[in-house]
Unconditional design. Sequence first.
Length: 395
Amino acid sequence: MSGFVVEWLNLLVRWGHLVVGIGWIGTSFYFVALDFQLRKRAHMPEGVYGTAWLVHGGGFYNVEKYLVAPKTLPPDLIWYKWDAYLTWVTGFCLLVLQYYWNSRQYLIDPTVLQMAPSEAVAISVLSLGGGWLVYDRLCKSPLGRHTGLLALAVLALILGAAWMYGEVYSGRGAFIHVGAFIGTIMAVNVFGVIVPNQRKIVASLLAGEAPDPALGATGKQRSLHNNYLTLPVLLMMVSNHYPLLTGHPYPWLVVALVVLAGGSVRHFINRHEAGDPLGRIWWALPVATAAIAALVIVTAPTGRSAGGPVPSDAAVTAIVEKHCTMCHSGRPTHVGITEPPKGVELTSLDDLRRYAEAITAQAVTSNAMPLGNETRMSAAERGELGAWLAAQPGH
């Protein structure tokens, strides 16, 4: 398949992924906020748990939530599920197009673990499925009745996955898989728990039976999990654009701080929408701020470019020709690359000076480039390149 066709497939699937993902996130945020803002009012219909008055787009809405379900249901019941399903489907398609198809560039780093593309793909598929199974068992275990303990157990599961991915994949591959790992849990929550439980409730009503309240309670639990995981998973999905994240030697630590920051922000928003006084929830924002500050500190440049003798122009040219110009030239020689990525050519010393900041971020203070480190660029070579760039006028 030509690179042009693959590029267009990637673009269209990515566009679709964004569209349905925004829809899913929007409905998640809306319904959780709505649930927290329901109020008991006088003269509510039988079985109504609470109501909310909303204003939007020049109109007013009065929403009622039933504790289990009404005695009868209209034929035009609206289901919110396809955005969740299609977010996972398009995301997995992107994983195939970007990471499975180009596994040697984006997924495998021979300095981390030498393996065949088929092995890398197998680890990916099995870990995504296995992660859901472990998460589901945790929720159904006695831990599921204790919100705090369950949250810690799920966090440990995510950090364990982050550690495992960091031990087998490239930095990019590891972080995108943490995002896919969490995203799979979220999508199967909808497909495997929330929607089936709702269908069982509807079936009971149609059969004239009283629905099981546990079905609604379980669905709400999984919906809240999805809500709290949304902000962390969004950052994981864009992490491949930021080598300061993907180049960190301890991805599990970065993931822990991201989850803590995102979860704390989401908790503050949720509880504020529920009407909790600021005196009870103020702590969430300092926790999120501290987590982000810690992220900045632990991802700070390692100083690899500092110190040591400045190599000659010829030595730096040799390093770049060995590791960079196969892709970053007017006529790339790397298989599957028909033009220099982002239009960046690195065929002269002036090119290196022009893109010094980007080169330092991508190939000196991190291992983001070369992709998958397939040319096995060493730490010593990165140090030499960094020392030369730092010694150039204006740097």
